[in-house]
Design a binder for this molecule. Sequence first.
Ligand SMILES: Cc1cc2nc3c(=O)[nH]c(=O)nc-3n(C[C@H](O)[C@H](O)[C@H](O)COP(=O)(O)O)c2cc1C
Length: 267
Amino acid sequence: MSETKSILQLARERRSVRTFTPEPLSKEQLETIRGHVASIREPFSGRVSFKLLDADRFSLSSPVVKGAKQYIAVCAKKGENAELAAGYAGEDLFLFLCGMGIGTVWIGGTMDRAAFEKASALKEDEIMVCITPAGCPAKMSLRENMMRKGVKADQRKKTEEIFEDRCPVDHSLAQDVYRDAVEAVRLAPSAVNRQPWYIIHDQNGFHFFLKRSMKKSDSLDMQKVDMGIALYHFCAVLDENNIAYRTEQLNEQEEGLEYILSVIPEQ
Ligand SMILES: Cc1cc2nc3c(=O)[nH]c(=O)nc-3n(C[C@H](O)[C@H](O)[C@H](O)COP(=O)(O)O)c2cc1C
């Protein structure tokens, strides 16, 4: 059996996969995925659900994806936290799939949304936030390579551009874990690779803000999906290191930033 990788290792290894081999996921893989999905929790009460969709059966495709036989639609309860919840729970699943060697890519725009929504058989109070293909990664197509260059997909902001420490230096063991957690956020995927997260650390905890750099469309706020993803990376590093914390919506305010949520250590 292969060793379990840490969240930081998975965050370092993961990249968007848009080109796949023709084999569909096996029955065993699907079983393992279902088992993990049942364990997923998120802090936004967003009732996230995942719909596994057969590409041929529903004639599903995306102009940026080649060869995928299966897709997963990430859906959530309609409401202001839908995108945050979908980002958090979806990234839990996508990093788990990465650990299984299964490729994914968050897709919020480049797809026939109506076709995917229809195939997802949405309930009245549900929206489809994003989709991903799921399968065995193949050699990157020329097109995929070009796309990556277009959004500088291999580059990330420096730590000081996304993290501000307003707390006196603390040499506790937990400090190393928080450093890893911030690094896992830094490496996270985001729409058009904009990396819109900003974390302020003070004596109360880690406060997550959105530094908006894309207009939100009327229906969906992709940069809130990015924030959900970032929060998952951060909290998952704390979880695997048994750091006790709670998440809470406080009343933080910073000029030019939209406050999202705080992570408050409890030890
Ligand atoms: C919320 C979200 C929406 C995205 N939508 C698309 C999309 O519509 N089409 C696409 O090709 N990639 C999409 N991406 C993938 C990003 O372009 C990609 O994550 C980013 O460029 C970083 O590259 P990496 O994931 O390989 O690290 C999306 C990513 C996120 C997080």
